[in-house]
Design a protein. Structure first.
Length: 94
């Protein structure tokens, strides 16, 4: 299993939009081959949400990242960036 953690730095409108955007992401990513789960949390100041996404393999995660749905969803949240997101991928034991 592989996980990717993405931390977002959003303006005020992005913080308000994030929960609805996350629901859109969940609806799309949950249909992808190899999807296991996704969750999010805000930092203690409620300004930098972090998504953790789990897939069966790096190949299946990469396939998701190359879809039109992924690109469209990313463009929607990028409109609210204060700065680029930070992300990291790691292998996770089940």
């Amino acid at each position: 299993m592989i996980s990717v953690v993405v931390k977002y730095f959003l303006n005020e409108s992005g913080i308000q939009y994030f929960p609805a955007w996350y629901e859109e992401v969940y609806a799309e990513v949950s249909k992808q081959d190899g999807f296991i789960k996704i969750n999010y949390e805000f930092d203690e100041k409620k300004v930098s949400p972090k998504i953790t996404l789990y897939f069966e393999s790096i190949e299946k995660l990469t396939a998701w990242s190359k879809t039109e749905s992924h690109d469209l969803l990313k463009s929607k949240i990028e409109a609210h960036y204060l700065k680029d997101e930070e992300n990291g991928i790691e292998e996770v034991s089940a």
